[in-house]
Design a protein around this ligand. Structure first.
Ligand SMILES: *[C@@H]1O[C@H](CO)[C@@H](O)[C@H](O)[C@H]1NC(C)=O
Ligand SMILES: *[C@@H]1O[C@H](CO)[C@@H](O)[C@H](O)[C@H]1NC(C)=O
Ligand SMILES: *[C@@H]1O[C@H](CO)[C@@H](O)[C@H](O)[C@H]1NC(C)=O
Ligand SMILES: *[C@@H]1O[C@H](CO)[C@@H](O)[C@H](O)[C@H]1NC(C)=O
Length: 358
């Protein structure tokens, strides 16, 4: 009997040994494939890889307009364009961001010959599979806007995107409402084109690396994760301010953005809460690529800190389904297709408007 028991024990131990060996091998394989994955990623896209590699020397970032001269209109119009490559050969990595005082809108127009009325662009030499709208809430920031346009156009052209730039201008002198302007921008931009990605963009943030690709991800993306103002780090884990990107589906899933944040602050945290309530996670680019320079400015009149922001935030869980895209009301006052952007001017009302019975 003792002998049989011993044999069972031995068999049991053998089986366990085999299982452990298998598990170990599996883990080993995973580690190896991870390792090879890194090697592969480092060396795979050859043309783009070398172009990007050559400019990884960030002690000498390049000119954002360099290489745009390589965009050529095909000579015969009838010929069918190829699809754009998966990684754009025009990427150059980090570029220099400075704010020359003499820059004019006319200079920017001259430097961007392929940009058409309303600030629209599509690569003239290939068919892009991405359609991105950049939505910029705006009031009295013409100088910032000029610099943003100077960098944004070549930045997006290097990425070979179909794109359009929309300025959402809040008319009147009532308190600024960033999130509501973004809702308006979404709605108005979608009326013009079936965009597949919306970039919601503060006017004073300039990207510094063109590998921060302006396309959407599986989850809502927070792009401005490394701002110079916050020493190129996230200020806190759920931070969602500055520049974010959502597909129309992701946007509708969270009922858009809140309409009731008047003044500075809070709305970005509300949006982050909505992402979670919509059952989604937050996606982010690499911290090496999601870098932004903030244009310094004084305090804006008409955009004072919103004293109600903490109360509002505490209620988001109850209010997000009633307040958002489905309750958006505004008056479209003007829409101009200018050479570098579409200017959408809206009256979005003011705080404490009498609620309409619904
Ligand atoms: C990067 O640029 C610096 C400054 O010009 C230069 O000294 C250095 O050799 C460069 N490094 C590489 C890897 O090219
Ligand atoms: C321009 O393209 C060339 C060739 O692809 C590349 O070596 C160079 O780094 C690019 N320059 C800039 C400033 O991106
Ligand atoms: C906004 O304020 C400016 C200056 O304070 C004033 O000139 C202008 O008439 C105001 N606009 C409206 C629509 O009230
Ligand atoms: C947009 O249009 C409005 C109304 O015409 C105008 O007051 C505003 O200055 C324009 N903004 C920009 C940035 O073009």
């Amino acid at each position: 009997m003792g002998f049989a028991k011993g044999r069972y024990l031995l068999m049991f131990l053998c089986v366990q040994l085999v299982v452990m060996a298998l598990l170990y091998r599996e883990g080993y394989r995973k580690r190896m494939s991870y390792f090879f994955g890194i090697l592969y990623k480092g060396g795979a896209p050859s043309a783009a890889g070398t172009a990007v590699g050559a400019h990884l020397n960030s002690s000498q970032p390049g000119d954002v307009y360099a290489n745009l001269s390589r965009i050529l209109k095909p000579s015969h119009g009838a010929q069918e364009l190829p699809k754009c490559p998966k990684t754009s050969p025009l990427l150059g990595g980090p570029f220099r961001v400075t704010f020359p005082a003499t820059l004019t809108m006319d200079d920017i127009v001259k430097k961007n010959p392929y940009v058409t009325e309303g600030g629209r662009y599509r690569p003239p030499d290939c068919i892009s599979s991405h359609k991105t709208a950049v939505i910029i809430p705006h009031r009295n920031r013409e100088v910032h806007l000029k610099y943003l346009l100077y960098y944004m156009h070549p930045f997006l052209q290097r990425q070979q995107l179909n794109y359009g730039i929309y300025i959402i201008h809040q008319a009147g002198n009532y308190t600024f409402n960033r999130a509501k302007l973004l809702n308006v921008g979404f709605k108005e931009a979608m009326k013009e084109e079936d965009w597949d990605c919306m970039f919601f963009h503060d006017v004073d943030l300039i990207p510094e690396d063109d590998r921060n690709i302006y396309t959407c991800d599986k989850f809502p993306k927070h792009a401005s994760i490394a701002m110079d103002k916050f020493l190129y780090k996230l200020p806190y884990k759920s931070y969602f301010g500055g520049v974010s990107a959502l597909t129309p589906e992701q946007y509708m899933k969270m009922n858009g953005f809140p309409n009731n944040y008047w003044g500075w602050g809070g709305e970005d945290d509300d949006i982050a809460v909505r992402v979670a309530l919509g059952g989604m996670l937050i996606s982010r680019p690499s911290v090496l690529h999601g870098r932004y320079k903030m244009i310094k400015h004084g305090h804006d009149k008409g955009n004072e800190q919103n004293p109600k922001r903490f109360n509002l935030l505490a209620k988001t869980r109850r209010t997000w389904k009633q307040d958002g895209m489905n309750s958006l009301e505004y008056n479209l006052l003007a829409k101009e297709h200018l050479p570098l952007y579409t200017n959408i001017t809206v009256d979005i009302g003011f705080d404490n408007m009498p609620k309409r019975p619904s």
